[in-house]
Design a protein around this ligand. Structure first.
Ligand code: 5AD
Ligand code: SF4
Length: 488
């Protein structure tokens, strides 16, 4: 059925100028439009948010869901819904291709349900060539917006519901941070919390600084207030999110270091676990290591992207550290926090990477012995300095090195995991096991997954309990919990 909306609603009439009030005004308007459509259809309207990419996008999607919920859409797992939004990623080329592929399927759904709304947002939309292609070849898309104006989602939904043509609103950059909009969390007991947006590092392969803009830190009081509210709502674990959390606070009116922020977060009563992501090795301070070593709440886990083990390549990547400095930093971390888990990101096939360079990477992997590592094949991103570099590495060579690296990373990770077999460690229970409902699944402080038999019921979810790791299965553990071991 074609939608028949009351386009008489003048969306701009009386809208407050101030945020977030303006968005609440548009949420009310959108709600009326959705109710009108519900009456026409004789049923509730459904919405689906699909996330591509990183934890930042996952958190943004929770914000999108919060608004869709407020407007009156019922969230569903299928893309055959009345409102489908893709929150896109563009860090590697294959992430882009996936979106184009799946948009074709969405177009077919829309033929069956012409009132369907299709929206696209996120990093990929910040690229002009993407928006041009969508405007040309994907006319059925109703709404396109970017990373800087996601807080305007409610307002944009009203426009998309009332205007006949494709609504496109992309901002080049922003200094604005809008607080206090609704959020629909995926988990009741843990949550991501943005502490900063954007990135100023311009690693030469990376498109993030171009699509996420300059670094902006949230005010500490806003972060603390958000976490206090989350804790009051049952959250026991937070993941502090930023592209480079170690440079948090530099651009605040009253500058503050990330370590100082962590000290404040630690004081929040009821909060049990603090994680953060991502750390840039060049900005990891002694103060941070000290705070982590002393903390009772900060998880003993550091994600420390290496990218390459070759000092020559690191220079070309604009990473501002070399192999020796990276290894020294790991040494310092391990001395201060002996049981810390260290994980990383590595790129294989950066322009000009020789076999020798690759062997340097392998050497670092063997020296550090990562608990796990994300390995990526270099992807050329237009607009970045590396895309202009001449000696792009032949595909076959990259593939060979990539396979070698992956095998080594997995072998070491399995050996590391084995070391904890037999230990009794606290586990945050996250969910009933997806394959075996007699088990529950949780995570250790070092982020490893444990499946174990609950001596109780699903009321354990969201609680931290001590579990004996009876068997290491490579990347996860099987465990046992006894009643005496219940902590909380
Ligand atoms: N090609 C491959 N991997 C990349 N990453 C960022 N840009 C690229 C690229 N152009 C990886 C880095 C980063 C992770 C999030 O994605 O390893 O740490
Ligand atoms: Fe990209 Fe480097 Fe910024 Fe990470 S620190 S988002 S890799 S530019």
């Amino acid at each position: 059925m074609e939608k028949q909306l009351n386009t008489q609603i003048n969306a701009d009439n009386g809208a407050p100028i101030m945020e977030p009030q303006r968005q609440f005004y548009y949420m009310d308007l959108a709600k009326k439009l959705v109710e009108e459509q519900e009456r026409a259809y004789g049923r509730k309207l459904t919405a689906h948010v699909e996330t591509f990419g990183c934890q930042m996008n996952a958190r943004d999607s929770e914000k999108l869901r919060g608004i869709l919920d407020t407007i009156g859409y019922v969230q569903v797992d299928t893309e055959e819904a009345d409102f489908v939004i893709y929150n896109t990623c563009t860090v590697r080329e294959n992430a882009n291709n996936k979106v184009y592929g799946r948009l074709g399927t969405l177009g077919n759904y829309k033929k069956k349900n012409p009132g369907m709304m299709i929206a696209l947002c996120g990093c990929m939309m910040q690229e002009a060539h993407v928006v041009d292609r969508l405007k040309k070849d994907y006319r059925f898309v109703n709404l396109i917006f970017g990373t800087h104006n996601i807080f305007k989602f409610a307002e944009l939904v009203v426009r998309a519901l009332t205007e006949k043509q494709m609504v496109v609103d992309i901002w080049e950059d922003t200094t604005e941070i809008v607080e206090d909009l609704p959020v629909e969390r995926k988990y009741s007991f843990k949550s991501g919390v943005n502490i900063m947006f954007g990135c100023n590092n311009f690693c030469s392969y990376c498109i993030v600084p171009y699509v996420r803009g300059r670094e902006r830190s949230r005010e500490p009081k806003d972060i603390i207030r958000e976490i206090e509210r989350l804790v009051a709502d049952g959250v026991v674990e937070v993941m502090l999110l930023g592209q480079n959390v170690n440079s948090y606070g530099k651009n605040l009116e009253q500058p503050m270091t990330f370590a100082e922020l962590l000290r404040e977060v630690e004081k929040i009563e009821g909060l049990e676990r603090i994680r953060f992501m991502t750390s840039h090795p060049k900005d990891l301070s002694d103060e941070l290591i000290e705070v982590m070593a002393q903390s009772k709440k900060i998880c003993k886990h550091m994600h420390l992207p290496l990218q390459s083990g070759s000092s020559r390549i690191l220079k070309k990547m604009n990473r501002h550290y070399d192999k020796e400095q990276y290894l020294a930093l790991v040494e310092k971390l391990r001395t201060a926090i002996p049981d810390i888990a260290i994980t990383t990101d590595i790129i294989v096939g950066f322009p000009g990477e020789t076999k020798e360079d690759f062997l340097e990477t392998l050497d670092v992997v063997r020296k550090v012995r990562y608990d796990s590592a994300f390995t990526f094949i270099y992807s050329k991103r237009s607009g970045t300095p590396a895309a202009e570099m001449e000696d792009q590495v032949p595909e076959a060579e990259v593939k060979e090195n990539f396979d070698l690296l992956l095998k080594e990373v997995q072998r070491i990770a399995a050996e590391k995991a084995k070391e904890l077999e037999g230990a009794v460690l606290p586990v945050l229970v996250e969910q009933v096991n997806e394959h075996d409902s007699t088990l529950v699944t949780g995570r250790l402080s070092n982020n490893s997954v444990v499946h174990f038999l609950p001596k109780g019921d699903t009321s354990l979810i969201g609680k931290i309990v001590d579990v004996k790791l009876t068997e290491c299965k490579g990347f996860y553990y099987l465990g046992e919990m006894t009643d005496e071991l219940v902590r909380k």
